[in-house]
Design a protein around this ligand. Structure first.
Ligand SMILES: [Zn+2]
Ligand SMILES: [Zn+2]
Length: 182
């Protein structure tokens, strides 16, 4: 499997590299693309958050110029806080029809919860959420095993409880789709 990593907005340079390393451990080959700016029309002034769908749509416009092969999925990584539909926030979202997934770092940072910055904790959380969204992208639903990366995380503390790997059942579900990761 191939994937494009697309930074959106201002992200530390190493973040895309961290995501690339984690995904390459799963045998997903990644290419880091030039960064895109955050589309201002995605900003909701009342919520002070960005609409995840509109941010993802900005990719299809950019693709006319920058991206030629649309058959390769894109993973957007952003620092802005995202919402979707009736949800207060989302850590990430995917749209297989658009060959696109997005993950926000905003609520993965300990600082968001007035806790001390913690680089290794943040990297763990990024890995879990990125792999979770890729799992959805590949057709997996939420898993009822709380330590599986595909378990649903209503809060960042639930993210911390799970592993960054797929449980045996999810692994088998992927294999029946012809996908073998890691
Ligand atoms: Zn999910
Ligand atoms: Zn599972």
């Amino acid at each position: 499997m191939f994937l494009r990593i697309v930074p959106v907005g201002n992200l530390p340079k190493e973040t895309a590299e961290i995501v690339k390393n984690e995904l390459e451990n799963l045998n997903i080959k990644c290419r880091i693309m030039p960064k895109l700016s955050v589309p201002q029309e995605a900003f909701n002034h009342w919520r002070k958050q960005y609409n995840a769908e509109i941010v993802m749509n900005s990719l299809s416009r950019a693709s006319e110029v920058k991206f030629i092969d649309k058959s390769i999925p894109s993973l957007l990584i952003t620092d802005v806080d995202l919402y979707y539909g009736g949800l207060n926030f989302v850590f990430g979202l995917e749209d297989p029809a658009k060959s696109c997934a997005i993950v926000s770092l905003s609520r993965l940072r300990p600082e968001f919860y007035d806790e001390r910055a913690n680089k290794s904790l943040l990297e763990e959380r990024i890995a879990k959420e990125v792999i979770h969204e890729i799992g959805h992208y590949l057709g997996l639903g939420h898993c009822n095993k709380s330590d599986c990366v595909m378990s649903f995380s209503p809060s960042v503390y639930d993210v911390d409880k799970k592993q960054k790997s797929f449980c045996e059942d999810c692994r088998i579900r992927l294999m029946t789709k012809g996908i073998s990761l890691g």
